[in-house]
Design a protein around this ligand. Structure first.
Ligand SMILES: *Cc1c(COP(=O)(O)O)cnc(C)c1O
Ligand SMILES: [Zn+2]
Length: 439
């Protein structure tokens, strides 16, 4: 186990670093250090997120040596039915399971045979339904990670910039773990997201602007004395936060009987989730927990916020920021931090990045609901819609095992399907029932 001294700095002008209030040594299990994704420079574990050499993003480097494959498999299978069954592969203290945490994960992997028939998929189609998490989106996974890092670093206030779901996940996790929370969202989000974020009793601040404005504001707050001692889950705790998405990859493979899917379709907001799903799959191969074979990762965006898909189709390596305008608000990040890495992964694995219109998003929400009884939020409509389009265009191979992510719950984005409603209104008698043609 690596024991490192957390880095601390008193230089508030450097937005890449922030103070570690405890200043004490931290032990985050197999997490050995932070490593720059661009230049490989290593720094001790701490609440830092950008490389001091090249400003590249920092991510967790592990020491998995010493794991015996079969022992590890047994340990995971005997673990709890939540993300902590994978604690040996995450940056968390050894006693994480005993702390108050919302314990997300181990959501259903639904074999979607009806949807498969409708889309012509013969190789097996699955929906990983992350609406089953405590605050009904995949964000509980990343927040559950970040809050343990926040605890280890001695933060007492949790914060974030959010497109909606993250604010709710932070509010709930903070409430349960006894942190203060103060989170920031664009002022014009769906009511379901606003209420979900406010109900846990933390502070919720609407910013007059879009997500990219909210994010810029938070970066400023981190460098200011006003934000001192705050753990921003997706900024100064981002390296820890991001690792939570690996658990989606772990669960999908374990639920398939320790098998890799051939194809996986993932929605893109900042792109973090997609890059960490790839990291998780690579780790399982490296650890010998699954067979080493190729897999393809596909990215999904809404046309009204498709900077990554646009760059992919143009053959570019850089992503040009875009002003979002789509009903898929949880994915509406016009300047996605992990965009270039998503492009890399889609190209390296033989996948693709595609986008669909808002109308196709609504159709896909209804398609998934009608065929599988799963009510997805707009982000789920994006992934299902993109899956359909990629099959129609001959990009996604219908003869291969395919997993589609549903990352959020339709109850939070009711407006998207506001056109759906009563079949008929009748008087409470049989004549009226017959008149309405329902008999
Ligand atoms: C945040 C979010 C995503 C993806 O987020 P990334 O920033 O790409 O990791 C996907 N679906 C939903 C519903 C989300 O809230
Ligand atoms: Zn670097």
């Amino acid at each position: 186990m690596a024991v490192q001294t957390a880095e601390s700095t008193s230089n508030p002008s450097n937005a890449a670093t922030s103070a570690n209030p405890s200043g004490s040594a931290v032990d985050l299990g197999p997490a050995a250090a932070l490593s720059c994704r661009e230049c490989g420079h290593k720094v001790p574990l701490g609440p830092v997120f950008a490389c001091e050499e090249c400003f590249g993003p920092l991510e967790i480097a592990y020491d998995f040596s010493g794991y015996d494959t079969e022992e590890l498999r047994k340990r995971i299978e005997a673990g709890p039915a939540n993300i902590w069954r994978y604690a040996p592969l995450l940056p968390v203290p050894a006693d994480v399971a005993t702390k108050p945490n919302i314990n997300p994960g181990w959501t259903k992997l639904v074999k979607a045979d009806n949807l498969a028939r409708e889309l012509g998929v013969t190789g097996g189609l699955y929906v990983k339904d992350d609406s089953g998490n405590p605050t009904h989106s995949f964000k509980d996974r990343v927040v559950a990670q970040a809050i343990e890092a926040a605890r280890a670093f001695g933060f007492t206030t949790l914060s974030c910039s959010s497109t909606g779901n993250l604010a709710g996940a932070v509010g709930a996790a903070a409430a349960r773990a006894g942190f203060r929370s103060c989170v920031f969202i664009p002022h014009d989000l769906e009511q379901g997201k606003v209420v979900m974020a406010a109900v846990y009793g933390g502070e919720l601040v609407g910013i007059e602007g879009n997500y990219d404005d909210v994010n810029r504001f938070c970066s400023e707050l981190i460098g200011d004395p006003a934000g001192e001692g705050w753990g921003f889950v997706n900024v100064n705790l981002r390296p820890y936060y991001a690792e939570g998405s690996k658990t989606l990859a772990y669960e999908i493979c374990e639920q398939l009987g320790w098998r890799l899917p051939d194809q996986i379709v993932v929605p893109i907001a900042s792109g973090s989730q997609l890059t960490k799903i790839d990291k998780g799959l690579k780790e399982l191969i490296e650890l010998g927990l699954v067979e080493d074979k190729p897999y393809k990762i596909f990215g999904a965006q809404a046309e009204g916020c498709s900077p990554v898909s646009t760059a992919y189709k143009a053959g570019h390596d850089v992503v040009r920021p875009q002003k979002p305008n789509t009903i898929a608000k949880s994915l509406a990040i016009g300047n996605p931090a992990d965009g270039p890495y998503v492009l890399d992964i889609a190209r390296r694995t033989g996948g693709a990045v595609e986008d669909v219109t808002d109308e196709q998003v609504v159709d896909a929400i209804k398609l998934l609901a009608r065929t599988e009884g799963i009510f997805a939020e707009t982000a789920g409509g994006v992934t299902v819609g993109v899956t359909k389009k990629l099959i129609e265009n001959g990009v996604l191979d219908p003869s291969l095992t395919t997993v589609v992510l549903n990352t959020g719950d339709g109850l939070k984005t009711l407006d998207a399907v506001a056109g759906t409603g009563l079949t008929a209104t009748i008087r409470p008698n049989l004549d009226s029932f017959r008149e309405a043609g329902l008999a």
